[in-house]
Design a binder for this molecule. Structure first.
Ligand SMILES: [Zn+2]
Length: 247
């Protein structure tokens, strides 16, 4: 019996899922020419996997590169990586519970990083936001910069700002969404963008009146089904990519 075969097949399937995640996020308007998704290496928690620097909608499984948590490519001949890969490495270092990270500049979310209005959980699918959404302001530690998280120190500062949350906003830049699995991180990135759109609508109705958002307790309760039955959304999105690409 060939005991190697199942793990080789599983690995190929995981690479395909990670490549598909890039395309899912592009199809849902979370990423465009920019943005990236990674997953912690399934066999080595001190490494992670993400595509080479490439527009997310173009990623194929062969584009996946392996990094250590210092965000150095494990194989020196690997293709050029994203400038902001340090976001991923430093969050994996700081948060052993996180298995996947999405970084995006999704447009409905950006206003909450520059306006003095807190993002709140508008509905049950965005329950993971109900514990609070910190805003990382790169200028607090680094002064005037190009706004990019382009080294370990800036990645550490972002991870510190994220704390125990699932999502952090990045002032005048974008956001990160994290989860224990690739599927949950993608779900959270998509529903952070959807929640932001809904909150803009809710403010337009309510004016300056407070919104009846999910409480922290409701958020904890509602996040449980989101991580199980709610992930049927992943099955739909994954099937769409498979029908387009054949993988
Ligand atoms: Zn960015």
């Amino acid at each position: 019996m060939n005991t190697q075969l199942p793990s080789v097949l599983m690995s190929a399937e995981r690479m395909a899922d990670l490549a598909a995640a890039s395309r899912i996020l592009a199809a849902r308007g979370v990423v465009d020419g920019f943005g990236h998704v990674s997953m912690r290496h399934p066999d080595n928690p001190n490494r992670y996997l993400m595509s080479r620097a490439l527009a997310p909608a173009l990623v194929v499984p062969d584009d996946i590169v392996e990094y250590d948590l210092g965000s150095n490519a494990v194989h020196p001949a690997s293709a050029k990586g994203f400038l902001e890969r340090f976001i991923h490495g430093e969050i994996y270092k700081a948060r052993p519970d996180i298995g996947s990270v999405v970084h995006s500049h999704s447009p409905s979310v950006v206003p909450f990083g520059v306006a003095s209005v807190k993002m709140q959980a508008m509905f049950h699918n965005a329950a993971f936001l109900a514990q609070g959404v910190p805003v990382f302001d790169i200028s607090e530690q680094f002064g005037a910069t190009d706004m990019l998280v382009c080294d370990c120190a800036k990645g550490q500062a972002l991870a510190q700002s994220l704390g125990s949350a699932s999502v952090a906003l990045m002032r005048a830049h974008g956001s990160v969404a994290c989860g224990p699995t690739l599927q949950t991180a993608v779900f959270r990135a998509v529903y952070t963008e959807v929640n932001a759109r809904i909150q803009h609508f809710a403010h337009s109705l309510a004016g300056t009146a407070p919104l009846a958002a999910l409480s922290a307790e409701e958020g904890l309760l509602a996040d449980v089904p989101n991580q199980t039955a709610g992930l049927r959304a992943w099955d739909l999105w994954r099937a769409e990519i498979r029908s387009e690409t054949g993988w």
